[in-house]
Structure formats: C-alpha cells, structure tokens
Write a protein that binds this ligand. Structure first.
Ligand code: ADP
Length: 321
C-alpha cells in the first residue's frame, strides 16, 4: 500500500479531526502517502482531494467539526457513479480509502468495496452512537457532555422556578444520547424513540415528586421521528396542570472541542485502521467492544440495528423514581 485517501461523511462529530490526524500521521509514519478528500463522497466523486503532510493535520486534535468538510451525496447512491469513482481513485494511484462517518456513510463504503473491489475501511464517526458492532462512536462522549452542561443549567432554573423542563436531545432514532444524558443528568423521565409516551406514568411521577416536596423535574426526550413530540408533550403537561417549558438542544450537540475520551478513541481507531489496511484487511469498520479494538464486517453494520441495552433503560427508570 503506497497511497491512501481519507474522508469524513454525513453528520459531523467532535473527534473527526483527531481521527483524520491519526490516519494521516500513522500512514506517513509507515511510509504511505495520504490524500484528504474534501466534502465526503461529493469530493470523492469529483476527484477533489489533496496530498497531506504532517503539518496539514497540525493543531486540529482539539477542534470540533472536520477540516476535510463533510457532505451528503445523492450521486454516490448510484452504482455507476461508485464504479466511476473507483476508477478515478485507481487512476490517481490511490489504493485504499478510510471513511469516517455514520451508518449511512459506512453503508456507502460497503457498497463501494463490494461492487468494485476497492479496499475501504470505516471508522464510526457520529454523535448518535447508533452503529452496530461497536460500543462507542467518535463524538458520542462529547455530545453527551455538551448536552449535560445545558441540562445542569436547566436544572437550576427548573429548581428555582419549580418548573418542569422537557429537554429534547439528538440521537436520531436510537436514543443513546437520551439514555446517557438522562442517567447522568438525573432526569425524572426519559422518553425513548419508538416507545409510546406513557403520559399517565409521567403525571404519576410528577405527583410523587410533588408529594416529596420536590418541585422541579426534567424530562429528557430523544428527538426520534416526530418533530412535534416535544411541543405536544409540553402542551399536554400544561393542560394537565403541570406548567412546563420545552428546550430543544439541537445542533450545539454536534460541535465543540472533543473530550479527552473522544480524542483518544479517534486517535486509536484512526491509527489501527491504517495498520489493518496495511495488513490487507478491508470492508470492515474498526470499533470497540469491552475496551478492545475489534473489526466489524461492514455487511453486519448494514444489516443490523444497534439498540440501547435493556439494562441501561431499566437503570434509568430505577434511578428516576
Ligand atoms: P451518516 O453517515 O451520518 O449516517 P447519511 O445517512 O446522510 O449520514 O449518509 C452519508 C452519505 O453516505 C450519503 O449522503 C450517501 O452519499 C452515502 N450513503 C448513505 N446510504 C447509502 C447507501 N445505501 N448506498 C450508498 N451510499 C449511501
């Protein structure tokens, strides 16, 4: 392997830069040239890439976002476009590709290798932690901590004003951020995506709290599929006699300086990915299970859905009551 390319794709996540840096520096240390692709698969399709050296990735370890920029590319969903892209890569002497991104990006990576034989390795880069086969993803820890900063502040106001806050966090349809934030922020209720809201139970819990002379309450709600859910719940609580305020944390959770945990995770996985490619392993994602680095076939990621473990949901419920 003499030359590889690296890209970031899909939603940005804190730690992507640390991953790019690790890929670049490990490759260079092993005598492999590195090309950084701009704007994910859009740049890949258009041959928009540049040779990187050690200084191209200097001073980015601590920054959020991605220096390579990211994008969503409809063109790359077309098999013919993927075939042309593989040809373009080969013509440029690029022999392997590192893809840092979420579920969708890794699916695209899998298709590219399956259809064209072009070697690809994936890194789990998403705040949502919703990728099968790995217990952790680059950006998740930072997003949870970012959300917690806000939750702790809302708790102050909720307590002072004796009020209920309905706080919507990101995490798409998986609910990992909601579970972690709910547990770590001491939420009185956590509403998971895909689970119907038990409004009566929420009201019973609020009544319990009031009986115990606890007048503030935080309800953490995962963004899920229904954009109206948070405002609907807040409205219904008001009608039921519990004045509530909604707070949608939104995109602040995607940015910011990565935590130490995410920097180490990204550095480790980025470096290991290059070594796997050098050893001839591809069409996999590198992830972590039980504090060890593992490879997960991209096919498994495409065909399986990761769900929040029941124990974690139970824990959240026990601690909330
Ligand atoms: P994420 O990687 O964060 O889950 P997306 O789902 O938007 O983000 O996927 C990012 C990009 O990956 C898409 O814009 C597309 O170019 C590519 N992609 C996603 N799903 C597929 C697919 N089924 N086949 C080919 N490419 C895909």
């Amino acid at each position: 392997l003499k030359r590889l390319a690296v890209l970031t794709s899909g939603g940005d996540a804190p730690g992507m830069n640390a991953a790019i840096r690790a890929v670049a520096r490990t490759a260079l240390a092993r005598g492999v040239e590195v090309y950084g692709v701009s704007k994910g698969y859009s740049g890949l399709v258009n041959g928009d890439w540049q040779c990187m050296d050690r200084t191209s990735v200097a001073n980015i370890l601590q920054t959020g976002g991605t220096i390579l920029k990211t994008d969503r590319s409809d063109a790359f969903r077309d098999p013919q476009v993927r075939a042309d892209t593989a040809e373009r890569l080969r013509a440029a002497g690029i022999e392997a590709l590192v893809v840092i991104g979420g579920d969708g990006s890794l699916t695209g990576a899998h298709r590219l290798e399956e259809e064209t034989g072009f070697p690809v390795i994936g890194l789990p880069g998403t705040i949502d932690n919703d990728i099968f086969g790995t217990e952790d993803t680059i950006g998740f820890d930072t997003a949870v901590n970012t959300a917690l900063e806000s939750i702790d502040k809302l708790r102050d106001t909720a307590t002072s004003h004796e009020r209920v806050f309905v706080v919507e966090v990101m995490g798409r349809s998986s609910g990992f951020i909601a579970t972690s934030v709910g547990i770590a922020g001491g939420a009185e209720n956590i509403i998971m995506p895909g689970h119907p809201i038990d409004f009566q139970l929420i009201c019973e819990r609020l009544n319990d709290s009031l009986r115990r002379r606890k007048f503030s309450s935080l309800i953490v709600i995962a963004e899920g599929e229904d954009p109206q859910l948070t405002s609907q719940l807040t409205h219904d609580l008001g009608v039921a006699g519990y004045p509530a305020r909604a707070c949608i944390l939104g995109h602040v959770q995607r940015g910011g300086s990565p935590t130490g945990h995410d920097r180490v995770l990204a550095s480790y996985l980025g470096s290991v990915a290059v070594d796997y490619l050098l050893a001839g392993t591809s069409n996999v994602m590198v992830g972590v299970r039980k504090a060890e680095v593992v490879t997960v076939p991209l096919q498994d990621i495409v065909s399986n859905k990761k769900v929040v473990p029941d124990e974690l949901i139970d824990l959240a419920q026990i601690l909330a009551t």
